[in-house]
Design a protein around this ligand. Structure first.
Ligand code: AHR
Ligand code: AHR
Length: 519
């Protein structure tokens, strides 16, 4: 037997063993997590749904393969410089996104996400949403750099939906229609949401219009209270069934649907004949809770449902696009998944090891650091405050620099004033003065105790946008990072309305090397 076919027989055998393991795991409840953890690299959420008899008919992710055998493209990016596109695949079959491929293709320009490929083989790709009944189009495409994340140590990018951004597929294959059963899950950034309509992922109208009650069945995430809401201030997971975001059986307040805002939140909606459910949990640990399971709303049009089977992301059924959120992965199934199947999927998501990658490497509160620029112009330059004024700038510092210059280029790391998982930078020689942005320019200023100050002075360390060093993301403007531009320091997005948002050298200008302190 040729080596190739022996290998493929082996891997087929291995898949069968794993599938058997998953079934056993389902039987013995608690074992689920262990099983999924040890086999995360070869078992994806869609393998689990298939074992449960409710296969995926759409599977979307920019961060990882959702089948153990998936070895194709996850998404496509388009760069601004020449409008060329590139497909971003996985590092290995069943593995994580090849973020480095995006980084090299998009170097020195900006990129948007043009296609989110369907991994199910049904061709249910998501592309730019067209105009709809509520808003014109085509919608905006997501900035490919705006939602960096890490999965088990591997950098990846999510889909950052700002108001105006939207994806859709009106010509699908295999998605539930009418009153047929389906399941849907998605992993969102639970801290990125708003009260606009409607950050959805799931089943919607094929003509981009509001076709009346029961013509959609999508997961909604956010804190709009127009139709329904739950306990606390939100955000909530609700079902968008058209002309209503439902937090329980009836419109309005449903106490059992809690505020859920884990940094990585698993959200589930599923529906079948006169029955539907809301479930959710922390995508980084633990299991799922059921927030509603019961009959359809007591309002005409929802029983039976009249699902049309399009797929939307980031918008409402009629292309309402006032909403915001971040999507990392999600699927739609054929059939109503069991809770046990979903619990096993949740264990698989936890095992994928999502983290914000605040690799505060060397950034221990209390430590002193200097921060060196990496752009080729400026590799001897350090982030410092300027004695002529209160601005922050970069300038060359060396062992022969004056003691004042060295101290100006030295910072004491503090736990982030607005978020202790991030950091703030206190001047080493101006005690109580912190690096903060104001009108998107960086200054040192005394902490006035306000929450705006705390936010303006808090930065979350991320893997360097250029692939080198560390980038410092503004906690209150999370598409913006500390950048030098003409030797002055700012917070800047990769493309935007300020001169310093220029895409040229953005990745290099926002990537810094944390160094031994000069003072
Ligand atoms: O159901 C809530 C929203 O109402 C839908 O997403 C949209 O189509 C309509 O405006
Ligand atoms: O730097 C941007 C914003 O400008 C800050 O959040 C605020 O302090 C100022 O209005």
């Amino acid at each position: 037997m040729a080596l190739g076919s022996r290998l493929s027989r082996l891997s087929t055998f291995r898949r069968k063993v794993l599938a058997a393991g998953a079934v056993l795991a389902l039987t013995f409840g608690i074992a689920v997590e262990t099983t999924a953890v040890s086999h995360a690299a070869v078992t994806g959420p869609c393998d689990i749904y298939a074992s449960g008899g409710t296969p995926c008919v759409a599977a979307h992710s920019t961060t990882r393969a959702l089948y153990g055998s998936y070895n194709g493209s996850l998404y496509q990016v388009r760069r601004a410089s020449d409008s060329a596109t590139a497909n971003i695949g996985v590092l290995s079959a069943g593995g994580y996104a090849n973020a480095a491929a995006q980084d090299s293709f998009c170097a020195n320009t900006s990129c948007v996400i043009t296609v989110i490929y369907d991994q199910s083989g049904r061709g249910n790709n998501l592309t730019d949403a067209p105009a709809g009944g509520a808003a014109g189009g085509p919608d905006n495409l997501a900035n490919a750099y705006a939602a960096p994340t890490v999965l088990n140590g591997h950098k990846a990018y999510g889909v950052y939906v700002a108001a105006g951004t939207g994806y859709r597929n009106d010509h699908t294959n295999g998605i539930a229609t009418g009153d047929n059963a389906e399941g849907e899950y998605a992993v969102f950034d639970g801290t990125h949401y708003n009260g606009g309509c409607c950050f959805d992922y799931g089943n919607a109208e094929t003509n981009n219009n509001d076709d009346g009650n029961g013509t959609m069945e999508a997961i909604y995430f956010g804190n709009i209270k127009v139709w329904g809401y739950g306990s606390g201030n939100g955000p909530w997971i609700m079902a968008d069934m058209e002309n209503g975001l439902y937090s329980g059986q009836n419109a309005g307040y449903n106490a059992n649907d809690p505020t859920i805002n884990y940094r990585y939140t698993t959200a589930i909606i599923k529906g079948t004949a006169n029955k539907w459910a809301i479930r959710g949990g922390n995508a980084q640990s633990g299991g799922l809770s059921t927030f509603y399971s019961g009959p359809r709303p007591n309002v005409s049009g929802y029983n039976p449902m009249r699902k049309q089977g399009a797929i939307i992301l980031g918008i409402g059924g009629d292309n309402s696009k006032g909403s915001a959120g971040t999507f990392y992965e999600g699927v739609m199934t054929s059939g109503y998944p069991s809770d046990a199947t979903e619990n096993s999927v949740q264990a698989n998501i936890v095992a994928a090891g999502y983290s914000s990658g605040s690799s505060s490497g060397g950034l221990t509160p209390g430590s002193r650091i200097s921060v060196r620029a990496t752009t080729s112009c400026c590799t001897s330059d350090y982030l410092r405050h300027d004695d002529a004024d209160t601005k922050a700038v970069i300038s060359a510092i060396s062992s022969s620099s004056s003691a004042t210059d060295k101290a100006d280029a030295t910072w004491i790391v503090r736990a982030g004033l607005a978020d202790s998982s991030c950091v703030s930078f206190e001047s080493a020689n101006d005690s109580g003065q912190f690096l903060r942005h104001y009108n998107y320019e960086l200054y040192i200023a005394a902490n006035d105790g306000s929450s705006v100050f705390a936010q303006d002075a808090t930065f979350c360390p991320k893997a360097g946008n250029s692939g080198q060093g560390t980038s410092f993301q503004s906690v209150n403007y999370n598409t913006k990072y500390i950048r030098h531009f003409n030797y002055t320091a700012y917070i800047a997005s990769n493309g935007g309305s300020n001169a310093w948002d220029s895409t040229t050298s953005w990745a290099d200008d926002t990537s810094w090397v944390v160094s031994t302190p000069w003072a």
